[in-house]
Design a protein around this ligand. Structure first.
Ligand code: PSU
Ligand code: MN
Length: 307
């Protein structure tokens, strides 16, 4: 079925870039509304857009406003999402509700992939994709990001999956769903705030041309999403031992306070930020900007370097 694009509003920048087949990189807004505290959320949203522009690509931050999917939010709209009290966290499940009720919504990785692909965007930078939560064998909490990757043609640049998750199960699930996970200049799946996880990936890629070539084949064969996993820059990487302690404590608190469903990820990120006295927030900012820069370079290789 053809998607109804009357729900889409594109900024003039993004519209012009897509028309001219220029490199466009989508950015999510859940990280702005629910993933990071104010004002760091707005600083990093701005820094990601600047990093993409500096690489000669066009950023398109995605959000939901007044019954429309906005592709290429303005600074004022990003500020509103980063400061408003009640912002819906919009994954695939929530999209129709958010549009029909006209509520303010921030899109997750799954929501952003879905919305940005409606506009024809193929590249996307985020921090860490959602994944299989620890204890999923009883909670069944598996992020819709993973199934979205299996159904939507988008290259997602991330620093692995958040360390609050079960990384082994996340990789297993991605394999089951047929999603390639490419290690960017690494043999291992990165662990978000930490560069290495000890989990070997089946594929490592060292140059942007090969990333672009794999993406092209993936889409020409209608094989949908793929993940490029970029480790956090060395200077910002955290020490794994104290981080694991903070994560364990956050998980214990979540259980005690009965946190469930879509509230889980924001709760855990906030508690880890408290326990590490903001160190995790700095790490999160650094990896987001790094991923934005690489996503722009991969998009450039895909759109402009075709032999
Ligand atoms: N990574 C971050 N911060 C975030 C998220 C990911 O560094 O806030 C968000 C993304 O939007 C991701 C979502 O899609 O968390 C996953 O939520 P859940 O586990 O409820 O699917
Ligand atoms: Mn979940």
């Amino acid at each position: 079925m053809q998607q109804n694009i009357s729900y889409l509003t594109l900024s003039s920048d993004v519209q012009a870039a897509l028309k001219a087949k220029q490199a466009v990189v989508a950015l999510e807004s859940t990280v702005i509304a629910h993933g990071l505290p104010y004002p760091q959320n707005l600083e990093v949203a701005q820094a990601m857009e600047s990093a993409i522009r500096a690489e000669g690509a066009v950023p398109a931050t995605v959000g939901i406003h007044d019954g429309k999917i906005v592709i290429g939010l303005s600074q004022a709209e990003i500020e509103r999402l980063g400061t408003a009290e009640h912002v819906l966290k919009v994954s695939r499940r929530d999209l129709a509700v958010a549009l029909a009720t006209g509520k303010l919504g921030a899109t997750t990785v799954a929501g952003t992939m879905l919305c940005a692909s409606m506009a024809g965007i193929r590249f996307f930078a985020t921090g860490g994709i959602g994944g299989v939560h620890r204890g999923a064998e009883t909670s069944m909490d598996i992020s819709a990001d993973l199934t979205e990757l299996a159904r939507t043609p988008m290259l997602v640049v991330c620093a692995g999956a958040k360390s609050i998750l079960d990384l082994d199960l996340t990789l297993e699930y991605l394999e089951t769903q047929g999603v390639p996970v490419l290690g960017w200049q690494t043999d291992e799946f990165p662990a978000f705030y930490v560069r290495s996880s000890g989990r070997r990936l089946s594929q490592r890629v060292d140059d942007a041309t090969t990333i672009a070539a794999i993406a092209r084949v993936q889409w020409e064969c209608r094989l949908q999403g793929l993940v490029v996993a970029c480790p956090i820059p060395e200077a910002y990487a955290m020490d794994p031992a104290p981080l694991e302690i903070a994560t364990g404590e956050a998980l214990r608190q979540a259980k005690q306070e009965g946190i469930r469903g879509s509230a889980t990820t924001p709760f855990l990120l906030e508690r880890v930020a408290q326990a590490t006295r903001g160190e995790s927030v700095e790490a999160n900012k650094a990896l987001l900007v790094n991923n934005a820069r690489w996503a722009a370079r991969f998009a450039r290789a895909y759109y402009y370097d075709r032999a």
